[in-house]
Design a protein around this ligand. Structure first.
Ligand SMILES: Cc1ncc(COP(=O)(O)O)c(C=O)c1O
Length: 468
């Protein structure tokens, strides 16, 4: 042990990296053969880990063994190819390397003056995202830790831009399919629960624009101030894309903020089919994207884009005498002026490195493949007797259920079906409720999921159908 254990020498740093690298590589190589989910007994195991503050250190190898042998395997295999539950992403390895670099050099990117070149690399990432969604000059944004935080920043920005501090009567609108991050953000931003309107969706799970218009008119007549319309560019349940053109037009007519939740779907703008589905997204005032979903980044990577970045700055900028001077050149950015965060990790590097290494093409190809796989799975599901496609994929999610016996027992039947599919542990699916019906969904997003795993998925569904 060196005199200062917190400062390893070159040899020790190499040992630390090599020890981790060996296990990481073994782990990643074995992802396809790992169970899709392995959480039986994991809660009890977690309980056994509760311990007081360690007073003395333990051997590195022993700790790595514990992590890779005992802790990591007891989880959903959310990075594996069989994970088609919730909204996967996978986590590309190159991003992990970027994280290691970013954490090891530990430069400060909250303000431009502290690391101008590094801040610019992250600013480039934000610009590239703006380019993907069709935002022009004057747009900008920030990388966040995820979609929920991006949503909160968006709603606060909208509130400050549209109604200022007097927002007790300001109302917000979204379909009944919007992710709950929207209601949560509205609540955290201080809006009374009753000011958030849930608009019924149509048979394709898109917001009913006629009902939205009526709700806005009704609220105006009752003395409310309609403030924000939120559209979904890919809902979490079925991947439904709202009519963004119509929503944008309405928001403009009503002088309201138009927000789009593209946490799951917006990166499909890289594909031709995605662009067709999301026409009108470029008219949004703000868009949430989640690189940790459809750009295959590790968890902890979200993004908020704002069409007029000045509004984001106006809502968040606050100077202090102990900070370096902020940039006044339009070209440059101090991230702390655009977000609630001051000190933060250099998260931009994990997006920058893979995009510079490969260019955008492999990402586009992956997303196109996912659109194909969801359609392939839908066609195969249709061949199963009694299988009902509840939501055809608009992007890369298909929702379905087995219809057999009386209506009252269908939910129980489908919950059993989900259990039987997942019990095989080759794939992991999740379910959700649409209206009052329980449905299963396949959400194919990971860059590790290809036709072989979708075939496996369908084999397991067929076998489970025979069992229930
Ligand atoms: C459509 C949609 N919006 C928002 C979110 C919330 O994003 P995050 O989990 O990154 O906070 C999700 C997460 O699944 C989502 O699917």
């Amino acid at each position: 042990m060196t005199r200062y254990p917190l400062e390893p020498d070159a040899e020790e740093m190499r040992r630390l990296i090599d020890g981790a690298a060996r296990r990481i590589i073994e782990h990643i190589e074995s992802l396809p053969s790992q169970p899709a989910s392995n959480v039986e007994g994991a809660t009890e195991f977690a309980r056994s880990l509760i311990e007081p503050l360690p007073q003395r250190g333990e051997a590195y190898e022993k700790l790595l063994d514990f992590l890779f042998r005992d802790a990591i395997p007891r989880s959903f295999n959310s990075a594996g190819p069989g994970y088609v539950a919730y909204v996967p992403g996978g986590g590309i390895f190159h991003a992990a390397i970027a994280d290691l670099i970013a954490d090891a050099v530990n430069r400060y990117v909250g303000v431009f003056a502290a690391a101008p070149a590094l801040v610019q690399l992250e600013a480039n990432v934000v610009r590239w995202f703006c380019e993907i969604v069709g935002f022009r000059k004057g747009s900008g944004g920030v990388l966040t830790t995820g979609g929920s935080l991006a949503m909160l920043i968006a709603i606060i920005t909208a509130r400050k831009s549209i109604v200022g501090d007097d927002f007790a009567r300001a109302t917000l609108y979204a379909s009944d399919q919007i992710h709950h991050a929207f209601q949560k953000a509205a609540s955290l931003a201080g809006f009374p629960k009753g000011n958030v309107r849930e608009i019924e969706s149509d048979e394709s799970f898109r917001a009913r624009v006629d009902l939205l218009e009526e709700a806005i008119a009704r609220d105006r007549a009752a003395g409310f101030t309609p403030m924000l319309i939120a559209g979904s560019a890919g809902t979490v349940a079925t991947g439904a894309v709202d009519d963004l053109r119509a929503l944008g037009r309405l928001a403009q007519q009503e002088s309201m903020w138009f927000h789009v939740d593209g946490a799951y779907g917006a990166f499909f703008m890289l594909t031709e089919r995605g662009r067709a589905a999301m026409r009108g997204i470029e008219r949004a005032d703000s868009i949430v994207l989640d690189p940790h979903k459809t750009l295959f980044q590790p968890y902890g990577t979200g993004a908020l884009l704002v069409r007029d970045v000045a509004q984001l700055r106006e809502a968040h900028s606050m100077a202090a005498s102990y900070l370096p001077q902020f940039q006044d050149e339009e070209e440059f950015i101090d991230f702390c002026e655009l977000s609630p965060e001051l000190s933060r990790d250099f998260r931009g590097l994990r997006v920058w490195l893979p995009l510079k290494l490969f260019g955008i093409e492999p990402f586009r190809q992956q997303l196109d493949e996912k659109l194909d796989l969801a359609r392939w799975a839908t066609a195969e599901l249709r061949k199963i007797e009694g299988m009902e496609i509840v939501a055809d994929p608009q992007l890369s999610i298909v929702a379905f259920r087995l219809v057999r016996g009386g209506l009252t027992t269908l939910d129980a039947l489908n919950r059993r079906l989900l259990e039987r599919i997942n019990a095989r542990k080759r794939v992991m699916l999740t379910g959700t409720t649409l209206g009052t019906m329980f449905v299963l969904r396949i959400c194919v997003v990971s860059f590790r999921t290809h036709l072989d795993h979708m075939q496996m998925c369908l084999e397991d569904i067929r076998a489970a159908v025979a069992e229930v």
